[in-house]
Ligand binder design. Structure first.
Ligand code: WTA
Length: 655
């Protein structure tokens, strides 16, 4: 609550400059309000018109929305299109020589790829996949470094109608295996190694580990892009080098014409159980969301140089690297490396070098760069920038102000964009040529987004009061279902509490007197560590899978840079360890989690107890654990605690 209070005391506000407003696609509040009214009054034709304007259809749709089987909504469902055609082919006639991708490798080497070249590469790779027998509707797991090839792989899947499921390169073999199994993938596309911050990270070896010991028999092929000279273990008949696969393949590939509702991809994300959810997106509705939001929120102009620093392993990399920018024919940067290598000036140097005009990154990156060199941006010429964006977590007003003043030279609007893997595209964000911004607020919903904040009964709450963030009408880019689990989809996102009518985002939020949204955080057991969603239950299951561990509870605690850090309370099968023993086991368990899920899920802090605090009915008291993790004094009623004496143990950090 204290963060909320401080945020709501924020009085600074920044209107777009006249110059920015005049040139903007959505120019001024009147234009914004007119779009909102249009959406309010004619919801279906509002989306229908946009879908006709922004998507090239092979066969036009005759119906905008089919809600007869809510919440399994269908949009534009008798329309036929291909997403890759929309991202590539249709730009060729205009200007095939336009640069699509400016790839900068970890070591600074730059490769430029035109739309014509990208089209050629996607077609050849698509033909390669077909030659392996990958077909429409089949699932392909992509476990790749940030690279031109990662985008080619995604686009090639879209071209042949295969459903990709990208797994972030930082996830471990266990996580890769779970996703391959759940999706029933027929192929995995990977690289021998990735290179980040001057170090190589094995990827193929992780895939090998995931596929070893059975359980992934659906996978018949592993395609390996050779990124480094490092070798790779080889399974004959299964493994094939990328460069061999595309050799001699035709340079064109007729797109597979897809139904609007055919799944484009599955992306796994954490929820409140131990099992990640396969978020399934559609072809047309998703594309429309990505393309339109890119145009509105980033106020895209044909001569812009756009840079989204996300990894393609997350939804941000899907919508604002692979699909949104390409659907608009934009030029964008793709960066292999990390913001701190060779030094903390890397981002600023790249903005200067490539004359980036729109820069989109995460608050975590901003906070860590402030810490490592708050004055560094001043050493670079950042005058090409005209717009800045953030995504993934709330941004604290101090970081916002630094971003605005030091990076943006007090000249560039900031779009603080709220959205989720499930929403597919940005839902709440300033349109930069219209909406006045306030540091820490994602401001107002995009036109057509019926966002609201409600209480347990579904009634709207008054300004200044917290509640559940909901979206009251379905929209084209919304998740269609959870892969293999429609019941979970319904229960999680369209719960009975709201009569199954509202999309429940899983965030709590607050609105101020001017209707601006302020996101407070998750309402479920999901943490947001460095802008990455992690389920506490997932980390708990990983911990209890360790032979030493009897029980574990994971909570978050505020962290200056990461936003949130993971704290694990652990009960061992043996005696509670102390001193050197405790240190050794804590570090063993941290490595274990990194190996089971990935480094991003590693606890910062592990505490040992003889037991966990539970109510008499056996429920773990998580609220109490959160207070302990924060080092707060315990003011809560602990009289119902089965075992109050263990609080002291859990308050003791392992040193
Ligand atoms: C959080 C990332 C505050 C939120 C695109 C949401 C944000 C979760 C913002 C989704 C923002 C995202 N301000 N919080 N601008 N953007 N979030 O699925 O809790 O990785 O529910 O999608 O991140 O994370 P996801």
């Amino acid at each position: 609550m204290s963060t909320l209070e401080s945020i709501l005391k924020e009085t600074r506000s920044f209107a777009p400059s006249d110059d920015f407003r005049h040139k903007a696609t959505v120019s001024g509040m009147e234009a914004y309000n007119a779009l909102c009214e249009q959406a309010d009054d004619h919801y279906l034709s509002f989306w229908g018109d946009l879908a006709r304007e922004l998507i090239t259809w092979k066969k036009p749709f005759s119906r905008v929305l089919d809600d007869s089987n809510a919440p399994f909504f269908k949009w534009f469902d008798d329309g036929v299109l291909n997403v890759s055609y929309n991202c590539l082919d249709r730009h060729l006639a205009l200007d095939g020589n336009k640069i699509a991708l400016i790839f900068e490798a970890d070591d600074g080497e730059v490769t430029r790829v035109t739309y014509a070249e990208l089209h050629r590469r996607v077609c050849q790779f698509a033909n390669g996949l077909k030659s392996l027998g990958v077909g429409k509707g089949e699932r392909v797991v992509i476990y790749m470094p940030m690279s031109i090839e990662a985008i080619v792989a995604m686009q090639a899947c879209a071209r042949i109608g295969a459903i990709h499921s990208v797994v972030f390169g930082g996830f471990s073999a266990g996580a890769v295996k779970d996703r391959i199994q759940d999706a029933g993938a027929c192929a995995v596309i990977t690289a021998n190694e990735s290179v980040r911050g001057g170090k190589s990270v094995p990827l193929k070896a992780t895939v090998d580990e995931a596929l070893a010991n059975g359980g992934c028999e659906t996978v018949t092929h592993v395609v390996v892009y050779q990124r480094t000279n490092g070798g790779a273990e080889w399974t004959e008949g299964r493994d094939v080098w990328w460069h061999k696969l595309v050799e001699g393949q035709a340079e064109t590939c007729e797109p597979e014409w897809m139904n609007a509702e055919d799944p484009l991809f599955i992306l796994y994300t954490s929820g409140s159980t131990g099992k990640p959810k396969g978020i399934q997106h559609s072809s047309a509705g998703y594309l429309l969301g990505a393309a339109n939001s890119f145009r509105w929120v980033f106020d895209y102009k044909p001569n812009d140089v756009f840079w989204c620093t996300a990894d393609v392993g997350w939804i941000t990399g899907h919508s604002y690297i692979c699909y949104g920018p390409l659907a608009n024919g934009a030029t964008q940067i793709v960066f292999e490396g990390v913001p701190t290598y060779p030094d903390a000036g890397r981002f600023w140097k790249m903005i200067e070098k490539h004359k980036v005009t729109i820069f989109y990154t995460a608050p975590t990156a901003i906070r860590s760069l402030i810490k490592l060199g708050g004055d560094l941006p001043k050493q670079y010429d950042l005058s090409s920038l005209r717009l800045l964006g953030t995504v993934g977590e709330p941004i604290n007003p101090e970081a916002w102000m630094w971003y605005y003043e030091v990076v943006g030279g007090s000249r560039c609007p900031i779009v603080d964009t709220w959205w989720q893997t499930e929403t597919g595209s940005i839902q709440i964000s300033p349109l930069p040529g219209a909406v006045t911004t306030k540091p820490g607020s994602c401001t107002l919903p995009l036109p057509g987004v019926m966002a609201d904040i409600v209480d347990e009964s579904g009634a709207p709450v008054e300004p200044g009061r917290g509640g559940f963030l909901v979206i009251k009408k379905p929209f084209p880019s919304l998740v269609r279902t959870i892969w293999n689990d429609p019941e979970r989809f319904k229960k999680t996102y369209f719960p009975d509490e709201f009569n199954g009518q509202y999309y429940l985002a899983g965030d709590s939020a607050n609105r101020d007197e001017s209707g601006y949204f302020w996101i407070m955080g998750r309402i479920d057991d999901v943490l947001n560590v460095s802008g990455h969603r992690l389920g506490t239950m997932e980390i708990e299951s990983a911990l209890v899978a360790n032979p030493l561990v009897a029980e574990a509870a994971v909570v978050g605690k505020p962290h200056d840079i990461k936003g949130e850090a993971v704290v694990a309370f652990v009960v061992l099968k043996g005696a509670r360890p102390e001193g050197e023993d405790a240190k050794k086991i804590a570090s063993e368990l941290k490595n274990w989690v990194a190996h089971e899920i990935g480094k991003i899920a590693q606890p910062d802090d592990i505490r040992f107890g003889e037991n966990l605090p539970k109510t008499r009915s056996g429920k773990i008291m998580r609220r109490l654990l959160r207070s302990i993790a924060k080092g707060e004094e315990i003011t809560q009623d602990t009289s119902t605690l089965e075992n109050p004496q263990i609080l002291g143990q859990l308050q003791e950090p392992v040193r």
